[in-house]
Structures are given as C-alpha cells and as structure tokens.
Design a protein around this ligand. Sequence first.
Ligand SMILES: O=C(CO)COP(=O)(O)O
Length: 213
Amino acid sequence: MILVNLKAYPCDPVEIAEACATVADDTGARVAVAPQAAHLSAVADTGVETWAQHVSPVEHGSHTGSTLAEAVSDAGATGTLINHSENRLKLADIDASLAAAERADLETVVCANNPTQCGAAAALGPDAVAVEPPELIGGDVSVATADPAIVEDSVAAVEAVDADVDLFCGAGVSTGEDVAAAGELGATGVLLASGVAKADDPEAVLRDLVSGL
Ligand SMILES: O=C(CO)COP(=O)(O)O
C-alpha cells in the first residue's frame, strides 16, 4: 500500500487525489491520500481511498477543536493515521484514539520512531504500525536505504507482539526503487509526503512509486 500524507503542505489536495485515483485504477495498486481534515470530503469525492491524518482520543461531547472519528468517517475517510511524528500522543491517548477509530470503523496505522516503539504500538492492536525515523522525514534519502536495519528490526518487533499487525515504513520515500527496497525488508506499505506533495507532476511520481510494489 502507498499512503500519501499531505501534512499541511501548500498543494492542491484534489489534484493529488485525482492523480492517486487514476494511478490506483490503472494499475490495481492500493493508493490512499491523507489530506487536511477540512479537505477530507473533497478528496473522498474523487473516489480515492481517503485517510485522516489524526483522530482525537474523544467521543461525541464537549471537545472543541477535536477531530472526531465519526466526523472523519462521515466525511468519507476509511482510515486514519495516529501518533504521527509531527503530532505525537501520550500512550493513553494513542489507545483512546484507536478505540475512537474502531468505533467509527476506520482502519488504523500507528506511527512510531523506532523498533521498540513499534512493538509497543503493535500491542495496542492497530491494523498497521509505521516506522518513520524523524531525522529522515522530509529528506532525500529513503529510510530503506539510510537505515535498513530499523525497518527489519521493526518488522521483527511487530511480528513478535502480533503477527496480524502489518509494518509500514516511511521517511524520504520518493521512487519505485525506494518502495521495492522497503518491500524487500518486510514492509507491506509505505508512508510518504514530500515526494508527492511537492512534486511538479504528482501522477508521474505515483506511477513510479507503484512500480515498486
Ligand atoms: O512523515 C512522512 C509521512 O507521514 C514522511 O514524509 P516524507 O515522505 O516527506 O519524508
């Protein structure tokens, strides 16, 4: 799976969503987009698989400023990231955000910095854990090239806790070669942002990325 996190980049979320939908349709590859919460509906309307970047550890009620899992689902999201390196949560809040996502029937990827955190995240029962070394995020060198051991060790850490939880990796992923290298290390998906969000031709980058699946 290729999960494109648009963060808060100054890109056109609908244009990128349309490119992802086209490439997914043409190739049969699983490609999803995680836009800003305010853009979820517009992105989902393109038909692309749509994910939230975060859901808050809350239920319906007095939670001003929160991102309610049910609202994200109503807007068309079918999955959510939790605990991204740029939006870290306390352990209890990761657990409660996972419960919120489950309530709203959202698929979940919990992000983590290193293999130890990956094992801890797997124990909370998400669908997948994504290892993203913070120092490599936004850079030019893919995690699978810069630090292959961190991916292999994270695969092992997750497998030791719960073999049903998938391991994704991310940071610096921008080519099909990077995706293939991640797969060879045992990752079943990649998480990326700048490679697509900052690209002059997002569709061309996506076509190259899916060639590595
Ligand atoms: O944080 C990331 C995806 O969630 C990775 O970002 P980059 O692809 O820009 O390194």
